[in-house]
Design a protein around this ligand. Structure first.
Ligand code: DOR
Ligand code: ZN
Length: 472
């Protein structure tokens, strides 16, 4: 018997839409049928005039637990996701301790048990944990994160040598490696020179991390991915310049995807004076021309997805007259969907394309498809129900994240997720968090549904050569 029927709505897919009722049985979608066909569900919910899309899949959130729970924890972070129509998140390893070994991954799994939405957990690929990578894969890491440049947590950025060995090891697993693609040595050099010269203003943050920092990193990582056959993902694309090495790598057949985040689409250098250190994020928000190029790339498919780099800090940590002393990043998992739906309302992107970049493409890239990323019979009932004309105002004090500060303060949005369903269960209803949803979230599995891995040049890999040396 059907548990829930959502009746009277419009179901939106990445390639079209239909007026249909959606039935949920247990955790899955059990039918998509003509309106009014199913009448005997345990619960019938009228979603007349509303749109149903697959829940958002945000490949880039920092939930801070263990270690920095004054900024966020797995409960507050996933509650913010539920309020934002996001049904799956992938969480980053720059916690304290970082997720750099199987033991630390298992500790994080215990923290994540209180999540109310589904999640993946990133393992770290750094300078000092290469030997831990097989254990992380074995323990269930869903993907890897490589900080090519320093950011919050100051984890040691891997040298190109360490990166290559990490890629060689991970290639065989088929798991994707997400790159913080900013080259550490260039930034450290420039920041030191700026600090010595007493240059401390918000705009000097861009001066320390100009677009070449990102261009060089994307190009270098793409070459290593091409050589090893490792799958890679370029996080938070911030510049027009990165699009060329990304598009060229795709043309060469490298399994590479890219994401951008709302701040790179909606903010630019003209906002630094108004926002001060609040705008500080790595990589930095750049010029209007960068936003425009990224918009075009998002619409044309060069950039595959929208994520948030949800990076909560306290207002005190974010506010400092010396830009170098302000923490980087801000919360985003709750505001991404309303901000993007506002652009849909303005005609800048179709709702179908939004489904593709917010859910279908991330599901495909990280091995969650076909169970997630689409509304279809047999898939998980992970759903955001949208009121496309609902107006709201972003206010940090109302965010469910602990990070009560946002560069989007005061912005009016048009369109919001009015219900969020995760595997058949309402976690948010009528813009209110549901009771007793703590612990409903589950870790996803990535590998089974990924196409087979295609590692290359393994005869030249360090592991092969070291094993041969040991055997002789
Ligand atoms: O601004 C940022 N903040 N960029 C990152 O890559 C990390 C993040 C954080 O963890 O605070
Ligand atoms: Zn991040």
């Amino acid at each position: 018997m059907t548990d829930i029927i959502l009746t009277g709505g419009t179901i939106v897919h990445e390639n079209g839409r239909e007026r249909a009722d959606l039935a949920i049985t247990g955790e899955a979608i059990s039918a998509i049928v003509a309106p009014g066909t199913i009448t005997d569900a345990k619960e019938t919910i009228d979603v007349g005039g509303q749109h149903l899309i697959p829940g958002g899949i945000d490949m880039h959130v920092h939930f801070r637990e263990p270690g920095y729970t004054h900024k966020e924890d797995w409960q507050t972070g996933t509650e913010a996701a539920a309020m934002g129509g996001v049904t799956t998140v992938f969480e980053m390893p720059n916690t304290n301790p970082p997720t750099r070994s199987a033991t630390e991954l298992r500790d994080k799994q215990r923290c994540a048990a209180k999540a109310c939405v589904d999640y993946g957990i990133y393992g770290l690929l750094a300078e000092d944990n290469i030997d831990e990578i097989p254990g992380l894969i074995e323990a269930g890491a869903n993907a890897f994160k490589c900080f090519m440049g320093n950011t919050f947590g100051n984890l040691p950025s891997p040298s190109t040598g360490a990166m290559l060995e990490g890629f060689e090891i991970i290639a065989g697993s088929g798991l994707r490696i997400s790159l913080h693609a900013e080259t550490a040595s260039i930034m450290a050099w420039r920041q030191e020179r700026l600090v010595k010269a007493g240059l401390n203003d918000p705009l000097h943050h861009i001066a320390a991390r100009p677009e070449i920092v990102a261009i060089e990193a994307v190009a270098r990582a793409a070459i290593l991915a091409e050589w090893t056959g490792a799958r890679v993902h370029v996080l938070h694309i911030s510049s027009a310049g990165e699009l060329r090495p990304l598009a060229e790598a795709k043309q060469r057949g490298v399994d590479i995807t890219g994401e951008t985040c709302p701040c790179y689409l909606f903010l630019n250098s003209g906002d630094y004076e108004r926002l001060g250190s609040v705008i500080r994020v790595n990589p930095p928000v750049r010029e209007e021309k960068d936003s425009q190029a990224i918009w075009e790339a998002l619409n044309s498919g060069v950039v595959d997805m929208i994520a948030t780099d949800h990076a909560p800090h306290t207002p005190e940590e974010k506010t400092n007259d010396v830009i170098w002393d302000a923490d980087c990043g801000f919360p985003g998992v709750e505001t991404q969907m309303p901000l993007m739906l506002t652009q849909v309302a303005k005609g800048r992107m179709s709702l179908e394309h939004y489904v593709k970049i917010s859910s279908a493409n991330p599901a495909r890239a990280f091995g969650l498809w076909p169970m997630k990323g689409r509304l279809a019979v047999g898939a998980h009932a992970d759903i955001a129900v949208l009121d496309m004309s609902r107006e709201e105002t972003v206010q940090a004090k109302n965010l469910h994240s602990r990070g009560k500060i946002t560069p989007f303060e005061g912005q009016t949005t048009i369109g919001a997720p009015v219900h969020t369903v995760v595997r058949g269960r309402f976690v948010q209803r009528d813009r209110t968090l549901c009771a007793d949803v703590k612990g409903h979230g589950r870790q996803v599995t990535s590998i089974q549904t990924m196409p087979k891995a295609d590692p290359r040049n393994q005869d030249q890999s360090l592991a092969t050569i070291l094993a041969a040396g040991a055997a002789s």
